[in-house]
Design a protein around this ligand. Structure first.
Ligand SMILES: Cc1cc2nc3c(=O)[nH]c(=O)nc-3n(C[C@H](O)[C@H](O)[C@H](O)COP(=O)(O)OP(=O)(O)OC[C@H]3O[C@@H](n4cnc5c(N)ncnc54)[C@H](O)[C@@H]3O)c2cc1C
Ligand code: FES
Length: 255
């Protein structure tokens, strides 16, 4: 992991609400793995705290993140322009590929809203020979990103795109008619969504990994502010930023 000032290469609007920001980093493009995140200080003055963003894609020496403009940090980020610099620390956290063993046939990626962010990079780097199905859930179509996803199936709460309902309802529907062979689940998004999908995975006997959502101050294991309670293993708490963000879902207590 290292801190560097990187130059913004481009911005792209993926939907009416979601932006892709691409910057140049030789270091990250050679060291980052799918599921890891970068911690960005969006401005020299304000806000002081870095904001974590999943790595969305890596193409040669270019690294992308995606975000929707929610509050202080993302408003500042959205005002940046090509050629501006941002201060980035990364790659942070663990990654999906080194955690999962090979004993499954179908990778089922499930992303809630901007939680799809790690899956294009994971799709790109996924070992050949595995089936991939990607479920994407969101409140409405403006929050749905399909770029870089494979076999994407969409669910929206308001029915403006794809299945009308929750992503869990869509998964249950699909699995009741055409269950994928020997699935393994990989989740990212709001914890409440991941909790119910993890329960479904448990019911059908599938292993499930989730990239957990939490507020982070330092993002590198120093402030102890991102504890998650464990239900298995030798430690009662683990740090999401350093020992995660990805955990096997039966090992953690979802908040
Ligand atoms: C490991 C990790 C990876 C992440 N990856 C991404 C990513 O790829 N893309 C991305 O856009 N964000 C991602 N986030 C969230 C991101 O770090 C910021 O929290 C988010 O972008 C809002 O930052 P902000 O400074 O604009 O909002 P803030 O000023 O910090 O918050 C403004 C208000 O928005 C609320 N808020 C904050 N986040 C959310 C949210 N996600 N949904 C609804 N309300 C919210 C806050 O509670 C607050 O009330 C990630 C977070 C973590 C921990
Ligand atoms: S955010 Fe500081 S230890 Fe995890």
């Amino acid at each position: 992991m290292k801190q560097e000032l990187v130059q913004i290469h481009s911005f792209e609007c993926l939907t009416a609400e979601i932006l892709e920001l691409t910057f140049i980093s030789e270091y990250l493009s050679t060291h980052a793995q799918p599921g890891q995140f970068v911690n960005i200080r969006v401005d020299n003055n304000f806000p002081l705290l870095r904001r974590p963003f999943s790595i969305f894609n890596i193409d040669e020496n270019k690294v992308s993140i995606v975000f929707n403009v929610i509050g202080t940090g993302t408003k500042v980020l959205a005002r940046k322009r090509k050629g501006d610099t941002i201060d980035v620390v990364g790659p942070c956290g663990n990654d999906f590929l080194s955690l999962a063993d090979d004993s499954f046939d179908t990778a089922v990626f499930v992303g809630g809203g901007i939680g799809i962010a790690p899956f294009p990079f994971l799709t790109k780097r996924y070992p050949a020979g595995k089936e991939i199905i990607t479920y994407v859930g969101g409140r409405q179509k403006e929050l749905i990103v399909e770029k870089g996803l494979k076999n994407a199936k969409i669910a929206t709460d308001d029915g403006s795109m794809g299945f009308h309902g929750t992503v869990l309802e869509l998964i249950k529907n699909d699995f009741s008619t055409n269950a994928p062979k020997n699935p393994r689940f990989f989740l990212c998004g709001p914890n409440r969504m991941m909790k119910v999908v993890a329960e479904f995975a448990k019911e059908i006997g599938a292993t499930c990994y989730a990239s957990l959502e939490c507020d982070m101050a330092c993002g590198i294991g120093l402030c102890q502010g991102c504890n998650i309670e464990m239900v298995t293993g030798d430690k009662k708490y683990r740090l999401v930023c350093k020992e995660g963000t990805i955990f096997e879902t039966q090992s953690v207590k979802f908040s």
